[in-house]
Structures are given as C-alpha cells and as structure tokens.
Design a protein around this ligand. Structure first.
Ligand SMILES: O=C(O)CCC(=O)C(=O)O
Ligand SMILES: [Fe+2]
Length: 706
C-alpha cells in the first residue's frame, strides 16, 4: 500500500505519515540530505494535519444521528437497541466520510507503536538536526536540535551540539525555537505564572494562571479527541470467541473512556519527564485562587475557589476561605457571578460520569483502570471494590508522605569522616558545623600560584572569543557565565593558544579532588568523573543594586527538588547519575557569591560557605543537600565544579578523550572530518519508558557530536 507514496498524493488526499517517515529515514541513511529533509518534514506536517482533521471531523459529526436518540424512549419492546446502534453507525459514517474527503484510506489506518514512540520522543527532529547541519541550513538545524532536546533533556550529545551551535558565529538566541511548543503551551504558561508569582506581580500571575487553566483544558480536549479515532485495541481473539457483541461493545467503550481519562496524566507531564504532576488542574486552580486574592480580585477568587471545591468539596481550608469571602463581600459571595466556571464544572461532571462507568467495568467486567486523579471521591467507587481501592489510595498517600518526610539519613552509600590523604589539606567544616549530612569544607587543596594559573587560563579562554566569552548566565540576567572543560583546554593548548602545562594542571587538580572525596566520604566503590567544568560568574556592569535573585537558585544536583512538597524527583532533566558533588574555589576578590545549603523547603539556610583559593566543598549529590549561590554583585567568581558517579557507564568520555590525547603525547585526537559528524539519532524501541530514558541519557563517545 505504501509503494505509491510520494510527497504529494495522487488523489490530492493526505498520504500516510508513517510511510513518509520511513522513506525519509531511508534517504537519511543513503545520505541524500535534500530528500531526507523533504520527506521527514512532510511526514511531520502530514501527521499534524491528520490530527487536526480528525479533531474537525469529530466536531462536525457531534450531532450526527442524534434524531435516532429520541426513538430510544418512544419505541416499545426490544427494538430500542437497534436505534442505539443506528445512532452509533450514523456518527461513524459521518466521521468516516469526513475523514475520507481529505485523508487517503491508507493514512486512516492506525500506525504502529514504534511510530508512536518515534513521534512522542520527537526523534524525527533528531534526524532533522543532522540533516540540516549537513545541508548547511544552520538555523533549521538549531531549531530541530532545540525541539528534540526539550523532550530529551538528558541527551548529552544533543546538549553538546546545542552548546556548539550557541558558539557558532551568526547563530542568535531566536534560532533556538521549540517547534512543538504549541503542544505543551501549558508548561510555558505554568513557568511564566510561577515567575510572576515569585516577583509578587499578582495581577499578571492571575492572568497567566487563568491562561494556564484554559490551555490545560484545551490540551485535554485535544488529547481526548484523538482517543476516539486512534482505534482502541479491539478485544483480542479469545475474548471475541467467548463474548457476544454487547460485551465487545462494552470493552471498546471502556477502553475509549480509559484512554480519555489518561489524558489527565499526559497533559500533566512535562515534555522530557516521566511522572505527571499529581492533581495538576486543581493545583493550577489553587495558584490562580491565591493570585486573584492577592491581586484584590475577590470575585474572581471566589469563583476559582468554588471551582476548586468541585474537586475537593469538603476541603476545610477552602470552606473556611469561602466563609471568609462571604463575610468580606457581605453575603455577596453567593451571587451568580461567583459560581464555579462552566468549563470546570463540565470537566468535573464528565469525569465523574466516566469514572462511574469505568469502576463499573472494574467491578463487573474484569476491566483494569488506573485512575489518574487523586480527587476521585469514594462515592463513585462501587462498594464491593471500595476497600481494595482505599488500600491502594492509602499506599499512594503513604508513598507521597514518605517523600515529604525529611530524609535524615542519606542512602547514597557515602559516610563522611574518612581521612584526608593529601599533605597540607585540612578539614575546615564537617557535617556538624555544616548542620547536615555528608557535607565537608576542606582548605589548602591549591596553592596561590595554582589558583592564579587556573584563573589566567579562564581569562585567556574567555578572551579568545572562541565561544567561552561571557554569555548571559542561565540562572540570572545580572551575571555573565563562562565555562571551560578539560577537553576544550586541551584543544586550545593544541592550537597553541594556552600553555599545555596549564591545561594539564586543570586536569590534575580534578584528580586531587577525586582523591580527597573518595577518602573523606569513605566511598564504597570507585568514583568516576561524570562532568567537570571551570565556571566563572561575573556581575554585569550596572543594575546590581537591590538584586533579589541568586547566582544559582537552590537545587539538588541529582534530582528535581519540589520545595512545596519537599519531594525530590530522581528523573530527567536532573543529572540522576551524579553521586558526589564538589566545588573547588579559586578566588575571593568579588562580592557576594556565597554557597549555601538549605533545608528541603529551599528556604531555611542551614550553612554558608565563603569561597577562597584552594577551598573545596564536597557533598553527596542527593536530596539531603539542596544548595544555591548568592548573587555575585561585583567582580568575577571562578570555581571548578566537579561531579562524580559510581557508575562507570556514566563517566565523562570527554575527559577520557583528553587523557588519551595526553597519553599519545601531543597527537591530535579529533580528525577534521570527525569534528563535523553530528550525533546520529538513536532509538530505544521495545524498552519500557524508564529504561528508554536511561538509554537516552547514556554517555557515548564525543565523536558522535558535532
Ligand atoms: O559554584 C558553586 O558554589 C556551586 C555551583 C553548583 O551548585 C552547581 O553548579 O550545581
Ligand atoms: Fe549544584
């Protein structure tokens, strides 16, 4: 059926996008870049149009066959079911006809799970990145790289490619476009609203939260609409033999409802993340409510609170807030304008009806259903399964509470208090003085001349204008950020731009820190370098007074800290394989720039460390050690940041490349033609999603990079 596929279908109707994709990939491997780009782009575009048409056809056919429904009640006897089936068939016919007008018959067939996986993980953009690079279309390559990276934040080659694009002359910030942005606008709004909230711009926050609610509802509708036409797994042969048409119809409709319910979790999952944010919509409404209240929009706040109460009708905080509003507004809180919004009440009612049917299926038809919501009230769960449901719910709550509990003990396997095996290095602060677990400050790891040499190296690399020139800091607009890796230093040395011995010193001091930490934290296994870079943060001139931001916001190095819930998610985009962190400081001639540790709330500061030449701060990279850096308000603060892993698999291949070059003593490691070879796309088919994301995060040779 696919042999006739061309970039435009003969009939003028849309061809199957999976076939276009396969053809494009074939051209990619045949290195016909023009054709590869054309076909892959066409496949992306066709898929989008097909999804859109489906949505339109559904909307157009909502009323099809409705006249049949009236007959259900009027007809006597047993013919009601024929009218019901007639209604279903009319609607199906309407949709089929509608789709057939613009989509070719082959393109209407369901696509394979592999294709779903490819497009869900945005792999087409991985191919496109290389393809456009080969074609010399750099802006297109940059957009493809960015689009892929958003959904694969732990893909190291793409991260490096992006870094390299950033350094290319003529590439501007605007080129880093996420082409799939529209598909998850709710997250852009979510982040923007949080930002407005953090600077207490309440009116703006309320406005953006409201947009976020609407976008969440819109995305949910989009997702649900696709369920209907995605072909809900037809009951298997076995079931088909043993059951009749009504059982089959029931199984199909339960599958459909279950698919629609699962949209809650899909919409609540950030691109590139595995777990959804629990109770996403109620959480957004909660934020909206607070923002409206703070902005003085009491009517809006009451309306949102009432919407929120639809999810949690007996929530005592919400009820007492409502009472308060009622008193403040002089009884006006009952006015019609302050009822829950129509959209939310439709959403909740529909969801409740669906859940009722689904739990009915669980009770009577052996159906399995994973409820994506925490707010589901007990009443919709049938008595006979309520006990089991409660136990499950309890388990989930326990798990969440456990995450909330402060982990006093670090399960990293490290145990502070070992020896310090280098002469001249002393312990300045231990766990006790730093009020925490597995933290240490050591002094004397570098001499002043060594600090000066590395500082000079940073200055030279920065002044070369080779890409390490100051960029805006990724953390704050008030600072510049320069970074240098060992491999980069080696390359500069090979090009005669810096001293070989200085590049080697940069490498050597990392080894020193590894020796110190391995011993002090009594590491049970070998420690591998996971990533190392020399980072300088400099205050930009002017605009420094009254800064409230941080040079590096509070974070945990190997998981995503959620201060509100005190949980830390060990999943991408966090660098989950980092086990031990260290920062080796080089200077103190700047203002601000203190490192501080906090509680899991990201607010309560438990210890502060002032940088100075030769000072090392070491700590386990997990949730016991949230930390941040205060604003650098004058001068330049340089430090060597190092992360270690216990897993060999995750070791830093760039560092090994530099080491190999030194071993060969002066031989050029990267051949000219290899330099240009971008990371080839990799696919992780037939693995579950956790394994997949692990595979994506795996480090492979730097040869695969641009
Ligand atoms: O520079 C510092 O003191 C800490 C930097 C840091 O926490 C990080 O890069 O993860
Ligand atoms: Fe950090």
């Amino acid at each position: 059926a696919t042999s006739g596929v061309s970039t435009g279908s003969v009939s003028g109707r849309l061809p199957p996008y999976d076939a276009l994709y396969y053809l494009g990939v074939r051209e990619y491997f045949a290195e016909d870049w023009e054709k590869a780009a054309e076909l892959i782009e066409k496949s992306i575009e066709t898929r989008e149009t097909i999804l859109l048409r489906r949505r339109e056809c559904q909307d157009n056919c909502v009323a099809a066959g409705h006249d049949r429904l009236e007959k259900l009640d009027t007809e006597k006897g047993s013919v009601w079911d024929l009218w019901a089936i007639d209604w279903v068939q009319r609607r199906a016919e309407c949709i089929r006809f509608c789709l057939g007008q613009t989509i070719s018959p082959v393109a209407q067939l369901p696509v394979s799970a592999d294709i779903h996986y490819e497009f869900d993980t945005r792999n087409p953009y991985n191919f496109l990145q290389v393809t456009y690079y080969k074609l010399g279309k750099i802006p297109n390559a940059v957009a493809a790289a960015q689009t892929f990276f958003v959904a694969n934040p732990s893909h190291l080659e793409m991260r490096n490619n992006i870094e390299k694009y950033r350094r290319m002359p003529g590439v501007t910030e605007e080129a880093f476009q996420d082409r799939e942005k529209d598909g998850h606008k709710q997250w852009y709004l979510y982040d923007a609203a949080l930002l407005a909230e953090s600077s207490a711009e309440w009116a703006r926050a309320a406005e953006v939260w409201k947009k976020c609610v609407n976008e969440t509802l819109r995305q949910t509708e989009e997702c649900r609409a696709q369920c209907e036409l995605e072909g809900q797994g037809i009951p298997d042969e076995e079931t088909a033999k043993t059951t009749g048409v009504f059982e089959k119809a029931a199984a199909l409709s339960l599958n459909l409802l279950s698919c629609k319910q699962s949209c809650v979790a899909i919409v609540a999952t950030r691109p590139g993340r595995i777990s959804p944010v629990e109770d996403f919509l109620p959480t957004v409404l909660e934020h909206l409510h607070i923002a409206q209240f703070k902005a003085g929009d009491l009517r809006g706040a009451v309306q949102t609170l009432r919407s929120l109460l639809l999810f949690y009708p007996s929530d005592s905080d919400s009820l007492s807030n409502l009472q308060l509003y009622f008193e403040t507004l002089g009884g006006d809180a009952e006015a019609p304008g302050t009822q829950p919004t129509q959209e939310i009440s439709t959403y909740v009612n529909r969801s409740l009806l669906e859940k009722k049917l689904l739990y009915f299926g669980v009770e009577n038809l052996n159906f399995t259903f994973t409820d994506p919501d925490l707010w589901t009230p007990e009443e919709v769960v049938p008595e006979s399964i309520r006990e089991a449901w409660r136990v499950e719910r309890e388990k989930l709550n326990e798990k969440m509470k456990e995450g909330e509990k402060e982990v006093e003990l670090d399960d990293s396997g490290f145990y502070a208090g070992g020896t310090v095996p280098l002469i001249g290095v002393t312990i300045t602060m231990d766990d006790n003085m730093l009020n925490g677990t597995n933290r240490v400050v050591l002094d004397g790891a570098l001499s002043q001349p060594e600090c000066d040499t590395i500082l000079q190296l940073a200055t030279t690399a920065a002044s070369l204008g080779d890409g390490y020139r100051g960029r805006r800091s990724p953390h704050t607009p008030h600072e510049k950020f320069e970074g240098l890796t060992v491999l980069r230093a080696l390359k500069l040395a090979q090009d005669g731009l810096v001293n070989q011995s200085d590049a080697r010193l940069l490498h050597e001091i990392g080894e020193r820190v590894r020796t110190l930490l391995h011993s002090y934290f009594r590491s049970p296994s070998a420690l591998y370098f996971s990533f190392t870079h020399l980072v300088c943060r400099s205050a930009i001139t002017g605009k420094q007074e009254g800064r409230l931001d941080l040079s590096h916001p509070v974070h945990v190095d190997n998981c995503l800290l959620e201060p509100e819930t005190r949980q830390c998610w060990r999943e991408p985009p966090a660098f989950t394989h980092r086990d031990l962190s260290a920062v080796l400081y080089l200077n103190d001639d700047f203002e601000g720039g203190d490192l501080f540790f906090t509680d899991r709330d990201a607010k309560t500061v438990t210890a502060t460390v002032k940088p100075k030449c030769g000072r090392v701060v070491g700590f386990s990279s997990g949730p016991v050690n949230p930390h941040g850096v205060t604003a650098v308000t004058a001068g330049r603060r340089c430090a060597l940041a190092l992360w270690f892993t216990k897993e060999k698999l995750h070791r830093d291949m760039e560092r090994e490349e530099a080491e190999a070059a030194w071993t060969k003593d002066g031989l050029s490691v990267t051949k000219e033609e290899e330099k240009g070879a971008p990371a080839p796309p990799r696919s992780g088919r037939n693995q579950n999603s956790r394994e997949r994301s692990k595979a994506r995060g795996r480090v492979v040779g730097a040869r695969d990079e641009l």
